[in-house]
Structures are given as structure tokens and as C-alpha cells.
Design a protein around this ligand. Structure first.
Ligand code: BG6
Length: 450
């Protein structure tokens, strides 16, 4: 079969940094396909190749990487693209088109309308299958997401549509489910009888940089909270699925999202500008912290504290699950530390369980010690990147790592209050935490797990 990935946003940051390396690895692993990158930035294929590829990119990949200088607004855009695709199809008897939209959400409607036209222009003497891949954020808010989806479903069947959230391709996410559902000892402690609170910290060192044009229209809520963070929360709090199948997992995730009210306590910030031309003049929020509750029978009452954003002193991603500390009272010892599970994603994938054990030669004194699992020490460092897993699933036609439209709709409902442009935005000096993160912790009587 001849597979052609038609890469919208082919000269963008995502394609360059994540998708092309994933395509290259997959080709090395034996998958066969052509990639047609669409973009406006370069005139010719050679300019494109020399600008976007790293030193050491494999010839076996570049031979299959094509380029079309493509302006969607040009009156002949569709004709040019159709011709190019026809050339790539050659005389194949079985063809699959994978339209990959890595675009600003506001361009979806035009892109999909064009794809529909191309589709009808490309009748061939062959078996033709197609898929459409849409990057997050899916829409700009709940209403536009619904609108885009209607346009999408007029042109494609649900089976052909893949809505991407690359966090579902991450090893730690899949591990979260297995850790929870393949271990009786975890299952029994994983609810509001034992857990006191949960923290999710996703601090990034980098700023908006070359993605300014994209990010400026999006901001932190649409960029990571509506999708990645809420997906993490579903994995942390969903009930056991009837099976580890995509459909059963989706049912449980949707239940979690439906049990979350629109976020009420939240704060926003943006990092201070470093002067025009530096790529660091941002006017949209780049940092947020908030509290939410999952109001299911087993999780109601557990506050989930989240902080996430850019230009921090240190990149750090972790989930901290703090257990209730009854022992302190029972043993009349205020120094006894709480038990916790700490899932660290960055800088290294580790899972720690913290327990109190006796200090040698002491008079019944305990000290918190950690039992650690380290992914790379146990399984080696060769875990495929999230995007490689995502693209592989697309090639295989396996929809297990993609959020459903119901999940996306619920997620927009949850973040809705955070999307208003009337919200005060604190300007924080780069490499510092916005003040509101510290104030939020004080107000809610907890300390961030730093
Ligand atoms: C992307 C966001 O989806 O996720 C970025 O657009 C963010 O702003 C990134 O930096 C984080 O993903 P990862 O895989 O680096 O944790």
C-alpha cells in the first residue's frame, strides 16, 4: 500500500521538532510512507530540507520527504496540492492519505474544506483509504470545537478522525493506568479514604520562543491545561475500566470529566518581556495555577492542586499524591511524615513511594525513606518518544491513544471560566514562580512539593 502523509504546518515547530524525528524512527523500524510537507516558509525543497532537518538525519527518510510551497489562501492552492499528491500516488493500486493538521485551530475550517475538494479531485483506479489527524487544542473553546467537529464529520467518518493529545503516547501515562489497575496494594489505597491531596506540577524552563505566533493566540489554558493536564487527571482518578480496551477506558475517562465542575479557583500569569525581537514578548498567559475536585464517590473531597507554565528556573514535571496522616495523632508524634507516591516525569521517569522507617540506634525515631522505580535503570533508555507511539497508532489504525470528542467537549466546559480575557494576569520575572502560586498554597494550607 502507498501511504502519503500530507503534513499541514510542515515547516512549523511541531513538525520539525517532534513529527519528523518520529517519522524517521518509524521508517527505520520498517514502516513505509511518503511525507508531503506543506508550508509557506521556504521556496524550494532543498531550502526546506537544509533548514528543518538535523545533522545526521537519515537519507532513507529524506528520500521520502517532499515539500510543497503552499499558501492555503492562494486561488490555485487546491490544484497545486492535488497535482503533487497525484505524482506521489504514481500507479499504486492501494493508497492511503493521512492528512495531518498541525495548524492554528482558526485554520481548520479552511483546511478541511480544501481537503474535501482535493478528495473529490483525486479519484483513482485504486482502493483509497483516508485518515485525518487534528492536533490539540481541538478548537478555541467549547463552541468552536463543536463547529470544527461538525465540519470534520461532514467530510470524514468517526473512524477516520484522530484527535491528538501526545500525552496519551507518553510512557508515564500508560504506566499510571497499569500501576493503578495491576496492583491490588495500590488499588486499595487509591481513593478519598486514604488520599489527602494531589499536586500536579508541570514547570517548563523554555519560553514561547519560535512558537510565539501560535502561542500568542492560544495561551497556557488552551495549550496544556484543557488537554494534557486534564488527561493526566482522568488517568489518576478514573475507576477501573471493564477492560484495557480503548472504548472501556474512554467510558471511564468521560465519567471523570463529567464529575468535574468548571474550575473556580485559578490564577494566571505571563512572564515579563525581554524586548521585541527576542521572541519573548508575550501578552497571553504563560503560567496558571488552580484547584479542582473530581466529584465521584471515591475522589470527592480530594483537592487537586495544579501549577504549570513557562520560563521557570528548572524544568520539573511531577505528580505528588499525599496520603492522610493519622499515625501522627495515634503515635502522639507530630514529626512523623506523611506517606506519599511521587511520580516524576522530568528530569527522569521515576516512581517513589515514601514510607517512615526506623533511624538506626535511635529511640523509636523514624525517617521518611523512598522506594524508587527508575524507568531507564529497569527497562533501558530506549522508550519511544510520545509522538512515535502516536504516529505508529495512526499508521496501524489503532485509536487507543486518542481522546474522544466527548472528552474534548467536557474539557472545554471545565476550563471555560479560565478563558475569559477579563482575568487579571500577573507579570512574573523569568525564572521565578508567579506570586499567586505561593499565595494559593498558603490560602489552601499546603506546600508545593518542591
Ligand atoms: C505541547 C505544548 O503540547 O506540550 C507545549 O504546546 C508544551 O507548550 C509541550 O511545552 C509539553 O510537552 P512535553 O512532551 O515536552 O512534556
Amino acid at each position: 500500500m502507498k501511504r502519503i502523509i500530507i503534513q499541514y504546518g510542515g515547516t512549523g515547530d511541531l513538525a520539525e521538532k517532534k513529527l519528523y524525528p518520529a517519522y524517521e524512527n518509524l521508517m527505520e523500524r520498517g514502516y513505509q510512507f511518503e511525507v508531503l510537507a506543506l508550508g509557506r516558509r521556504f521556496e524550494s525543497r532543498s531550502q526546506f530540507l537544509s533548514a528543518v532537518l538535523r545533522n545526521g538525519t537519515n537519507r532513507a527518510f529524506t528520500d521520502h520527504l517532499h515539500y510543497l510551497n503552499y499558501d492555503m489562501a492562494h486561488p490555485d492552492a487546491v490544484t497545486h496540492l492535488s497535482e503533487q499528491i497525484k505524482m506521489l500516488m504514481q500507479e499504486s493500486r492501494e493508497v492511503e492519505f493521512i492528512y495531518y493538521l498541525a495548524l492554528q485551530p482558526s485554520l481548520y475550517e479552511t483546511a478541511i474544506a480544501q481537503i474535501k475538494e482535493i478528495d473529490s479531485a483525486l479519484a483513482c483506479e485504486c482502493t483509497l483509504t483516508k485518515k485525518i489527524i487534528v492536533e490539540k487544542p481541538f478548537g478555541f473553546d467549547g463552541e468552536s470545537a463543536k463547529r470544527y467537529n461538525t465540519v470534520l464529520e461532514q467530510a470524514f467518518t468517526n473512524r477516520e478522525i484522530y484527535r491528538v493529545d501526545h500525552y496519551l503516547g507518553k510512557e508515564f501515562m500508560q504506566n499510571l493506568l497499569l500501576m493503578r489497575f495491576h496492583n491490588d496494594i495500590i488499588r486499595r489505597i487509591w481513593d478519598n479514604r486514604t488520599i489527602e491531596s494531589i499536586q500536579i506540577i508541570f514547570d517548563e524552563e523554555h519560553g514561547v520562543d519560535q512558537r510565539l505566533g501560535f502561542y500568542e493566540k492560544i495561551g497556557v489554558v488552551r495549550d496544556t491545561i484543557q488537554n494534557h493536564i486534564l488527561q493526566i487527571i482522568t488517568f489518576l482518578t478514573m475507576a477501573e475500566p471493564a477492560s484495557i480496551s480503548f472504548e472501556d477506558i474512554a467510558i471511564e475517562k468521560q465519567k471523570v470529566l463529567r464529575a468535574i465542575s468548571p474550575i473556580q479557583e485559578f490564577y494566571m500569569g505571563r512572564y515579563e518581556s525581554l524586548g521585541s525581537g527576542s521572541g519573548k514578548v508575550v501578552t497571553t498567559p504563560t503560567y496558571a495555577s488552580f484547584t479542582l475536585f473530581v466529584n465521584t464517590y471515591y475522589f470527592a473531597g480530594i483537592p487537586i492542586y495544579v501549577r504549570t507554565g513557562k520560563m521557570q528556573r528548572q524544568a520539573k514535571s511531577l505528580i505528588y499524591i499525599k496520603f492522610k496522616n493519622t499515625t501522627r495523632e495515634v503515635m502522639h508524634d507530630p514529626t512523623i511524615a506523611e506517606n506519599a507516591v511521587i511520580i516524576t516525569i522530568h528530569p527522569e521517569l521515576t516512581i517513589d513511594i515514601s514510607m517512615n522507617l526506623k533511624v538506626p540506634n535511635s529511640n523509636w525515631k523514624s525517617k521518611p525513606v523512598r522506594f524508587r522505580f527508575n524507568q531507564s535503570e529497569t527497562f533501558g533508555v530506549n522508550t519511544p518518544e510520545a509522538y512515535e507511539q502516536i504516529v505508529e497508532k495512526i499508521l496501524l489504525g489503532d485509536k487507543s491513544l486518542f481522546p474522544t470528542m466527548e472528552e474534548i467537549t467536557e474539557s472545554w466546559r471545565i476550563v471555560e471560566p479560565m478563558l475569559s480575557d477579563q482575568i487579571p494576569v500577573e507579570v512574573y520575572p523569568i525564572r521565578t514562580l508567579p506570586r499567586f502560586t505561593i499565595d494559593m498554597a498558603k490560602k489552601n494550607n499546603f506546600s508545593w512539593f518542591d
